[in-house]
Design a protein around this ligand. Structure first.
Ligand SMILES: Nc1ncnc2c1ncn2[C@@H]1O[C@H](COP(=O)(O)OP(=O)(O)OP(=O)(O)O)[C@@H](O)[C@H]1O
Length: 291
């Protein structure tokens, strides 16, 4: 089966002139239709850069990005704009308040993508907004409100519904629940599970919190310093992590910790091992140093 998203040997460099640095060093990643893939990595590991490359917002030095078998990584100009307008890939941000226009009602927000695409009458747009609002369990009385009048969880539902309205194939969710309280997190993650079942949408779920992927992601891709160091089913990653960095992450997951307190010796040994993998400043991150 053709992967919905197929990223192969992707190298991306950012910055200008002498400050130009390679951020992604040959990343491979796939997402199948209806699959939820968790992309985990420390801050600065290149998760957002990877998402931006998939959206065509940054150009690759080399490697390919294909959506439904069509190479999109090299699109430029009009072809790139048409790809974006088509809406096959949609991005949901961590902080919906910053990504939603405060002046726009929920109803107008939900159909932003359809308006850009053009060709829809008023009644059609209203019906489309009502349909996606229902899909994400947003009460109809919220449709005429503005983002500032909604709770954090309601705003994230609006952001997801706006993305769904253009019927995407792939949803990239960048830390979609990290700004929410525990129970709202669960309802948003359940919503993603429902959407992949009912719409066969592929989801790339970006997070630095391995614990939030349990029960949600089918597979996990571990990004470390711009490289994929491990890929496996969520069960494999949680129960039999192979790379020392993944093992360190797993010892930090609270639910696992509760059942079996982390062995300080083990964590120390893993930290030393991870530190030995890189001599860069990355090794000074608190997760690694245990500070
Ligand atoms: N426009 C840019 N120019 C130069 N370097 C950049 C640029 N944007 C990001 N970087 C660098 O690229 C690296 C990866 O950043 P990126 O935002 O992709 O990481 P991340 O894993 O998403 O981190 P976080 O979890 O904090 O969002 C970082 O070292 C960052 O400083």
């Amino acid at each position: 089966m053709t992967a919905l998203l197929d990223v192969s040997e992707l190298h991306v460099a950012l910055g200008r002139g002498r400050r130009r640095t390679e951020i992604l060093h040959g990343v491979d990643l796939t997402v199948a239709p209806g699959e939820i893939v968790g992309l985990i990595g420390e801050t600065g590991s290149g998760k957002t850069t990877l998402a931006r490359a998939v959206l065509g917002l940054v150009q690759a030095q080399s490697g390919t990005v294909a959506i439904d078998g069509r190479e999109v990584g090299g699109l430029r100009g009009r072809a790139l704009r048409a790809f974006r307008r088509g809406g096959a890939v949609q991005y949901v941000f961590q902080d919906p308040l910053r990504s939603l226009d405060p002046e726009r009602t929920v109803l107008d927000t939900l159909v932003e993508g359809l308006v850009v695409r053009g060709g829809h009458g008023r009644a059609e747009l209203r019906e489309a907004a009502q349909n996606v609002a229902r899909l994400v369990s947003l009460p109809p009385d919220l449709l005429l409100k503005h983002p500032g009048e909604l709770s954090g969880g309601q705003r994230q539902r609006v952001a997801i519904a706006r993305a769904i309205a253009v019927d995407p194939r792939l949803l990239i969710c960048d830390e979609p629940v990290s700004a929410l309280d525990a129970s709202t997190r669960i309802t948003i993650l359940e919503l993603l599970l429902r959407l992949r079942e009912t719409r066969d949408i592929g989801v790339l779920l970006i997070t630095h919190d391995l614990g939030s992927l349990g029960g949600v992601a089918d597979r996990v891709v571990v990004l470390y310093h711009g490289q994929v160091v491990e890929t496996g089913t969520t069960e494999e990653i949680f129960l039999a992590p192979r790379h020392p960095y993944t093992r360190l992450l797993v010892t930090s997951v609270p639910s696992i910790r509760d059942e079996e307190p982390p062995d300080p010796e083990l964590r120390r040994a893993l930290r030393d091992e991870v530190r030995g993998l890189t001599s860069t400043a990355f090794a000074d991150h608190p997760q690694i140093t245990g500070a």
